[in-house]
Design a protein around this ligand. Structure first.
Ligand code: SAH
Length: 243
């Protein structure tokens, strides 16, 4: 699999994509093309919507706040993009934004915020998360956006008995080395604790769950977002790398 980024700019749209399809770009994209990039009439771009592959398109009409484009040929057909779900406690704003951007680049399939006792932030901003996810997907050449789930309680996020395992970053050092755990249990989802770490009752709940595999990410205590990024990078290199 090559990360082919053939045409720039590359924009996410909601509309269906197919041959000879005319569409009005959303105002933010129209502004970006017209006012920021100053793309002229006839300029090329690439479009994807998470369902219909990536299409070459050209600008066919443009005004100050609007931009009409028309698709030309299919650049890349839609293809599976394997990745784990990432379960995480909401973080402070800049760390949260970094986490979302990097997780999208590193192929996360779904982002699931989880309420954990020692978390310092109580909510997420779904619109902001989505905007960052779209920008990261446009930039990195993904054909899909990850699913962005609502905040849930830990008890509602435990792995299903018949589903994939849930690797849980255990900063106490009690877990299996991540790569050894991957080799033993295959592709699964990832859970990283909050800034304050897991509370003992949460660790107990997790350890009692049959599909949970506590993992060790190395000899240092990582920030939550670093732990998530490291685990996602390892996941991609283990399960989704070319060859
Ligand atoms: N405040 C805690 C650290 C929390 S780190 C303390 O000082 O002990 C935030 C989360 O990142 C942890 O809950 C864990 O899921 C993950 N993490 C950080 N370092 C890790 C490591 N070396 N191995 C596994 N998980 C780690």
């Amino acid at each position: 699999m090559t990360a082919a980024i053939s045409l720039k700019p590359r924009l996410f749209v909601e509309a269906p994509l197919g041959p000879g399809q005319a569409l009005e770009l959303p105002p933010a994209s129209a502004h970006y093309l017209g006012q920021v990039l100053r793309s002229p009439l006839g300029a090329s771009l690439a479009l994807f919507n998470g369902r219909d592959g990536e299409w070459a398109a050209v600008i066919v009409a443009q005004a100050r706040r609007t931009c009409r484009v028309e698709t030309r040929e299919l650049l890349r057909p839609q293809a599976p993009e394997p990745g784990p779900s990432l379960l995480f406690a909401p973080l402070k704003r800049t760390r949260q934004e970094l986490l979302v951007e990097k997780a999208v680049e590193l192929g996360v399939q779904a982002l699931q915020p989880v309420r954990l006792r020692r978390g310092v932030v109580e909510r997420v901003n779904p619109e902001r998360m989505r905007a960052i996810a779209i920008e990261a997907a446009e930039q990195c050449g993904r054909l899909t956006l990850p699913a962005l789930a609502d905040l849930r309680a830990l008890a509602d996020c435990l792995p299903a008995p018949a589903g994939p395992v849930l690797y849980v970053g255990d900063e106490t050092g009690g877990g299996q080395a991540l790569l050894a755990a991957f080799a033993a249990h295959g592709p699964g989802d990832l859970l990283v604790g909050p800034e304050g770490g897991f509370d003992p009752a949460e660790l107990e709940l997790l350890r009692r769950s049959p599909k949970v595999v506590p993992v060790d990410l190395g000899p240092r205590i990582l920030r939550a977002e670093t732990a998530a990024i490291a685990a996602l990078a390892a996941w991609q290199l283990t399960f989704a790398a070319a060859g």
